[in-house]
Design a protein around this ligand. Sequence first.
Ligand code: UD1
Length: 358
Amino acid sequence: MKIMSVVGARPQFVKLAPIAAAATEAGHEHIIVHTGQHYDPMLSDVFFRDLGIPEPDAHLGVGSGSHGVQTGAILAQMDEVLERFTPDCVLVYGDTNSTLAAAVSAVKLHYPVAHLEAGLRSFNRAMPEEHNRVLTDHAADLCLAPTEVAMGHLANEGLADTSVLVGDVMTDVLFQVRDAVQADGTANPVADIDAPNGYYLATIHRAENTDDPERLREVVAALAAADRPVVLLAHPRVRAKAEEHGISLTTGSLIVRDPLAYPQLIAAALGSSGVVTDSGGLQKEAFLLRVPCTTVRFQTEWVETIELGWNVLANTTDEITAALTRPAPAATDAAPYGDGFAAARAITEIATRIGTRS
Ligand code: UD1
């Protein structure tokens, strides 16, 4: 069958890698549409290169904008792309504006939609991602859930019949990249910093942490007060907002670096004493690498990382300081994010549930 993946932002490229490989392996035609939501080479091109993803078949080049402008620009272009490729299934990923726009355009033209990473909920309606994921799940013909918890949320919303547990495709990529990093000795790109007692690796990019100056100021102050260097891999959004509000990102323990390519990110996380983040993906990656994580948010969709003791939600300076210096979590062999074969399962489910429709 002909499967069209629509992606646009950094974490979607990571998830696309195992899906592209699994679709090809299963003998399907796989079309890749890049919306252009992320366009900086370090947020886009390096993922295609390092993860061996084929070049996109179509690139919409929408760029940045307000939610309406960005979502609308994708919608406006997708009709033509869908009619040009006539896919048997449109596969959308996660919870970005690209996800929602692709899902809406596909259902309007009666193309079946499958949603990868379905069923995640923060129950925080102030998050743009929460609207995107709820609306996409309800538009989709098939919800591919990463966890049992996600399956429960889908069932609670009346979506049990269109939902199936496949595991988390990020686990597929992470295990492959971790093994490659360890086998080929990929250099830790932040090993050059002066950190005799180790360092923390940080990423902060979410709107709720960056767009309110008081909030950003508090998060930066907390990181600056850490007991060892904090390497902040600065997404363009946090750099821009800090500059706009006159907040220095190079105070106290903070060291600012550019975002890293995926293998380098994994090497840097593996070499760290802990991760501090508001990224969904990095919380899970830290858990899978068994690196303690501190999450600068009030909720997380990845509740398993908290329940197993490897992740802590922390927002004030005191909470962040306490979380960073907490004792090491208890070892666990729990595998709530699957076995590393979620992509193959997702492709099989798409083929059997959507590919066999007349
Ligand atoms: C988006 C997703 C978020 C995801 C994140 C991954 C939405 C609503 N949010 O957030 O869920 O976790 O991607 O990184 O879809 N910018 C650049 N270069 C780029 C892209 C963006 O400089 O290549 C800057 C622009 O100033 C832009 C801002 O970052 O306005 C925000 O970009 P956008 O794609 O709207 O949201 P993200 O914060 O990246």
